[in-house]
Design a protein around this ligand. Structure first.
Ligand code: ZN
Length: 146
C-alpha cells in the first residue's frame, strides 16, 4: 500500500469532499479509486459526477495512469513552460503554481452509467498539486439523470 498521500472522505452540504494530503511541491495523485468509492457509497447509478478543486494552486485533469512517465512528462513540461523562478509580480513565491493551476483547470465532469465511472481504458482522474505539500480538498457533486 502506498502512503504517499492520505485521503479522507467528508460529507457537507450535499457535497462529498475528498481531503487529500499531498507529499511533494508538484505531483499528480490518482484519485479515480476514491471517486469510485464515493459513487458506490452513495448508491449513485446514472448521471454526472462533477469535481471541483477550491484552490488557486492546484487542478484536476484526466490522463494516462498506465505509464507513470506520462505524469512525469506533464509535470516536467509544465515546469519548463512556467518555471518556478522567473520575474513574477506575485511575491508569495508560488506564481508558477497559480499559472499552472489556470492552465490545467479546476474542474472535471465525468459520466456515471450503471453505477460505473465512464473512462477510457487508459484514463484516470488526477489531482494536480502545484504548491505542496499541503492539505487539499476536492468537492464531489453527484447529479442524477433527469
Ligand atoms: Zn500565491
Amino acid at each position: 500500500m502506498n502512503f504517499r498521500y492520505l485521503i479522507q472522505k467528508i460529507r457537507r452540504f450535499g457535497l462529498r469532499i475528498l481531503s487529500i494530503k499531498t507529499a511533494k511541491r508538484i505531483e499528480m495523485v490518482d484519485i479515480t479509486g476514491d471517486v469510485r468509492t464515493i459513487i458506490r457509497e452513495e448508491g449513485f447509478v446514472d448521471g454526472l459526477c462533477h469535481l471541483f478543486v477550491p484552490h488557486t494552486t492546484a487542478a484536476l485533469t484526466i490522463n494516462e495512469n498506465a505509464d507513470p512517465a506520462v505524469c512525469r512528462d506533464i509535470l516536467n513540461h509544465l515546469s519548463r513552460l512556467v518555471p518556478p523562478s522567473s520575474p513574477y509580480d506575485h511575491r508569495e513565491g508560488n506564481a508558477d503554481a497559480h499559472i499552472k493551476s489556470s492552465l490545467v483547470g479546476p474542474s472535471e465532469t465525468l459520466i456515471v452509467e450503471g453505477g460505473r465511472l465512464v473512462l477510457g481504458t487508459w484514463q484516470a482522474l488526477f489531482f494536480c498539486e502545484f504548491d505542496g505539500p499541503r492539505e487539499r480538498k476536492v468537492f464531489v457533486k453527484l447529479l442524477p439523470k433527469g
